[in-house]
Design a binder for this molecule. Structure first.
Ligand SMILES: Nc1ncnc2c1ncn2[C@@H]1O[C@H](COP(=O)(O)OP(=O)(O)OP(=O)(O)O)[C@@H](O)[C@H]1O
Ligand SMILES: [Mg+2]
Length: 254
């Protein structure tokens, strides 16, 4: 099977500070792949490189056999790659419905063109409603994003990411700042929304990682030190000493 996403020898630095040092990674169709690693390991940088916000110093990003390394974020998004951000990145004054609708519209690339919107209105409304229902946000459809609870804003962030029906979904710490219950709900949501898609997710919470991931890559200061199934990672001595240390907890919180 050909990978959906392939990273080859990715190197990056910020003004000489080496952040990624030769990262190779293959993610296969339908796979849920988690990237874990300590703060500052280069995880967000890697996501920025995949989504075109940053261009690597060296190496290439292949998406469905196509070299997307130097493409703009916009073009990459149009190819079916969507991402969420580590910090909340919604429009505060837009209602939940309008936020998701504009994300749905971005797929057909006719954002604010009234005539085309009229053409597509029915299917856009249907798709928007479906996304809101899937994410459990239908009752909040007329609420401005800024009036949502923090947990709901995280849900909205995921809704915006999947609204355009992407094939590859990139999530940067989707459960950051959520409490235990909200986090469990987010796991369920991510599970739902990533069906029939390929998922690359950065995550600190081991409960989320072990509940969701088919495979896990461990990034340690710019180098992928391990890649394997949850069981392989759980039992890897290298991983424990490199990242998880003595506070390893897997599949449950203390
Ligand atoms: N735009 C930038 N300019 C300069 N340095 C940067 C920039 N972005 C990231 N860095 C540095 O690169 C390193 C990797 O950052 P990155 O955000 O990729 O880490 P991360 O693994 O996502 O960390 P975290 O778990 O805290 O989100 C860090 O040392 C960070 O300070
Ligand atoms: Mg980060």
């Amino acid at each position: 099977m050909k990978p959906t996403l392939e990273l080859r020898e990715i190197h990056h630095d910020f003004s000489g500070l080496r952040v990624l040092a030769g990262v190779d990674l293959s993610v296969f169709p339908g796979e849920r792949h988690a990237i874990i690693g300590p703060n500052g390991a280069g995880k967000t940088t890697l996501l920025n490189i995949i989504s075109g916000r940053l261009h690597p110093r060296h190496g290439c990003v292949i998406y469905r056999q196509k070299d997307i390394t130097r493409m703009s974020p916009y073009r990459i998004a149009r190819l079916g790659v969507a991402r969420s951000f580590q910090v909340i990145n919604t429009f505060p004054r837009l209602t939940v419905f309008d936020s998701v609708r504009s994300a749905v519209l971005s797929r057909i690339g006719r954002r604010l063109d009234v005539w085309h919107v009229v053409d597509h209105q029915e299917s856009v409304t249907r798709q928007t409603t479906n996304v809101l229902r899937l994410l459990g946000l239908l009752e909040r459809r007329d609420t401005p994003a800024c009036a949502l609870s923090y947990g709901e804003q995280r849900q909205l962030e995921i809704a915006l990411t999947i609204a355009a029906s992407p094939e590859l979904v990139l999530l940067d710490e989707p459960t950051a700042g959520l409490d235990v219950d909200e986090s469990r709900k987010a796991i369920e949501l991510i599970h739902q929304v990533s069906k029939n898609k390929t998922l690359v997710m950065i995550e600190h919470d081991m409960e989320v990682v072990f509940a969701l991931a088919d495979r896990i890559s461990v990034l340690h200061y710019g180098v992928l030190v391990a890649c394997g199934t949850p069981d392989q990672i759980r039992n890897s001595k290298e991983v424990q000493s490199a990242y998880l240390g003595t506070n390893l907890y897997v599949g449950r919180r203390s």
